[in-house]
Design a protein around this ligand. Structure first.
Ligand code: GDP
Length: 334
C-alpha cells in the first residue's frame, strides 16, 4: 500500500471527517480514528495510514511520558493524581497503555473501568486502554500511532503506561521523550529493577507510597541515588533524579512535574530531545520493515512450501540451522 505523501484531498469523505474532527479536538473523532488504526482489516489499515499521514504535520508538540512499574506500585493512582494536577494547570492529558499481556489475561491494564475514574470524568482527559495483542502490526505500533493522533488533537501531555512484563519497558522507553520508573520503597523491588536493566533506561525514578513510611522511602531514595552513580548515564547532560511521592496523599506531584519540565528544557538545549525523537522514528521504521519482511518471507509460496521439511530437518539434526536459513533466504532469488 503506497500511502506516502498522500494529499488530504485523496481522503474519502468519511476519513476527512475523522481528520477534521480530530483537529477540532472531538473526542469521538479521536476514539473512532484510533479504532480504525487498531483494526486488523487490510482496507482499514490503508485508510488509517492515509489519515495518519494527513495528521502528521500537526503532531509532535506534546511531551511524551512513559510510566512503568510492577503491578501494585501505584501506576494508575499516580497517573490519575498527576493527570488531574496537569488538567488543573490548564493542560490536556491523554493516557494510553501498552500491555503485551492483554491477549493472555483477556483484559488490559487500563481496561478495568474502575481505574482512573476521576480522571475519566475530566473534560481535558482522554484515556485509552491497550490495544489487544492480536492487533496487526503489534500492540506498541498501535499505541505509537494513537499517540500521534492524540497530539494532532491538541493534547499537551501524553502518558504511556506499561506494566513491568517482558520487554514492555524497553518498548515504551523507545517511544517516549522521558521514561519514568515507579518503585516501592523495599529492597526487593530495587534489586529486581536493577537486575532487569530497567533502572538503566529510566530518566527518572520515583518512590511511591512515601506516606506509609517516610523514612523507608527516603532510605530507598538515597540507596538508589548511590546505585545510579555506578551505572552509565544515558546522557552527559542528565543524571536521573530519584524522588519520593505519595500518589494517594497527592504529595510530591508538582515537584515531579518540575523535573519533567527540567528534563525537557535541558535536553532541548543540548539538542538531545529532538535527536532522540528522530532516532525513535527511524528505529520504528526499521522495526516495521523487520516485521513486514518476516511476514512476507513466511507467506512467500516458495518458503511456505519448503519450510515444514526444513524445520523438521533442523529439529532432527539432519541439517544445520545455518544451511537451512541460507537455502530458504536464497530460494527467494528465484
Ligand atoms: P498499579 O497496579 O501499579 O496501577 O497500582 P494501583 O494504582 O492500582 O495501586 C495499587 C494499590 O496501592 C491501590 O490499593 C492503591 O490505592 C494503593 N496506592 C497507590 N498509591 C499509593 C500511595 O501513594 N500511598 C498508599 N498508601 N497507597 C497507594
Amino acid at each position: 500500500m503506497d500511502v506516502s505523501n498522500t494529499p488530504s484531498a485523496l481522503l474519502a469523505p468519511v476519513d476527512q471527517q475523522l481528520v477534521d474532527g480530530v483537529l477540532a479536538r472531538s473526542r469521538r473523532a479521536l476514539a473512532k480514528t484510533i479504532t480504525l488504526i487498531e483494526s486488523t482489516r487490510n482496507d482499514h489499515q490503508v485508510r488509517a495510514q492515509r489519515v495518519l499521514t494527513t495528521l502528521l504535520p500537526y503532531t509532535g508538540k506534546a511531551i511524551r511520558v512513559g510510566i512503568s512499574g510492577a503491578p501494585g506500585a501505584g501506576k494508575s493512582t499516580f497517573i490519575e493524581t498527576l493527570g488531574i494536577y496537569l488538567i488543573e494547570s490548564g493542560k490536556r492529558v491523554a493516557v494510553l497503555a501498552v500491555d503485551p499481556s492483554s491477549s493472555v489475561s483477556g483484559g488490559s491494564i487500563l481496561g478495568d473501568k474502575t481505574r482512573m475514574e476521576l480522571l475519566c470524568q475530566q473534560e481535558g482527559a482522554f484515556i485509552r486502554p491497550s490495544p489487544s495483542a492480536g492487533a496487526l502490526g503489534g500492540v506498541a505500533d498501535k499505541t505509537r500511532e494513537a499517540m500521534l493522533v492524540c497530539e494532532a488533537s491538541g493534547f499537551d501531555v501524553i502518558i504511556v503506561e506499561t506494566v513491568g512484563v517482558g520487554q514492555s519497558e524497553t518498548t515504551v522507553a523507545g517511544m517516549v521523550d522521558v521514561f519514568v520508573l515507579l518503585q516501592l520503597p523495599n529492597a526487593g523491588d530495587d534489586l529486581q529493577a536493577i537486575k532487569k536493566g530497567i533502572v538503566e533506561i529510566a530518566d527518572l525514578i520515583v518512590y511511591n507510597k512515601a506516606d506509609i513510611d517516610e523514612r523507608a522511602a527516603q532510605f530507598a531514595r538515597v540507596q538508589m541515588q548511590t546505585a545510579l552513580t555506578m551505572l552509565r548515564s544515558n546522557s552527559p547532560n542528565w543524571r536521573p533524579p530519584v524522588l519520593t511521592v505519595s500518589a494517594l496523599a497527592k504529595r510530591g506531584i508538582p515537584e515531579f512535574w518540575a523535573e519533567i519540565e527540567r528534563y525537557r528544557s535541558t535536553m532541548s538545549a543540548s539538542g538531545e530531545f529532538e535527536a532522540k525523537r528522530r532516532r525513535q522514528a527511524v528505529n520504528w521504521m526499521w522495526g516495521l520493515i523487520d516485521s513486514g519482511l518476516r511476514h512476507y518471507f513466511r507467506e512467500h509460496p516458495v518458503v511456505h512450501a519448503a519450510l515444514p521439511g526444513l524445520l523438521h530437518d533442523v529439529a532432527e539434526g539432519r541439517t544445520t540451522p545455518g544451511a537451512a536459513a541460507y537455502r530458504l533466504l536464497h530460494s527467494l532469488n528465484g
